[in-house]
Design a protein around this ligand. Sequence first.
Ligand SMILES: *Cc1c(COP(=O)(O)O)cnc(C)c1O
Length: 309
Amino acid sequence: MQTTPIHIQTPLLASMLLSRFTGGQVWLKLEALQPSGSFKARGVGHACQHYVRQGAKQLLSSSGGNAGLAVAYAGRQLKVPVTVVVPQTTSARAIELIRAEQAKVVIEGASWNDAHEHAQQLATDDGAYIHPFDDPLLWQGHASLIDEVAEAGLKPDAVVLSVGGGGLLCGVIEGLNRQGWCDVPIVAVETEGAASLQAAVSAGRPVTLDAINSIATSLGAKQVAAQALTSARDNRVLCYQVSDREALDACLAFADDHRLLVEPACGAALAAVYQRAEALNDKTNVLVIVCGGVGVTRAQLQAWSQQLG
Ligand SMILES: *Cc1c(COP(=O)(O)O)cnc(C)c1O
């Protein structure tokens, strides 16, 4: 069995173009370059490896997005069969990508919650279910990206990242704490139609949004992990919101500036920089997690652009 990590070590680039929008240097951690197209390769890869080591003979996921693709990728590396249950709303393109990783796709239910429930029913004793964001094993794996930043000799004064269910946030906090960097502030960015962390922080308790209304579908968790809320109560996490248009514009600008296509879920974090977010004005070194995402094509960017006017 493969014992080396499933994810790859990603480049950490100083961006002179994005640095123009802040007081200091912007550093890009290019998770878009993971073989599965997003940072999910880290946590999901770590969790899959753990479960397979413990004897799991098959892996299950309920995500038609980057988490499902990461499980499919990890399963192929580990030579373990993967089933991904996806809701009917999943695009043909997403299904094609998962199948290309040789995973079995089961289409079931109207929403992620339905697919999630169905996946639990499929779970067998010899299989492991991989949650897309709420599992300490995932956070442990995501934390490796901060280890790499430290190994590169950089201590950031702020981290900018996107928040869906909060798995990336929990992982980055774990990584920072592991380095003893407990004072580094985090700008946690959501789109307005998917702001489940902000809703929970404002209410001071777990909140389930009625609906997700955003093109940033990878941020579309109606409720964040309890640990994300606990972490965000800590005053080092600053919740920040951008519109879909702003997230999309950031994707377009980033495609020009760094010649990489990323999802609006990732554009959200980039938008905080392009918008000169006040929290970044006085920072010498800003680390932006370029979380990536495969749910984007040139045609899809154009379609969103028309849709948003
Ligand atoms: C999963 C994902 C997110 C959100 O991550 P969470 O751990 O759910 O907060 C953001 N961007 C991309 C591209 C993702 O795949």
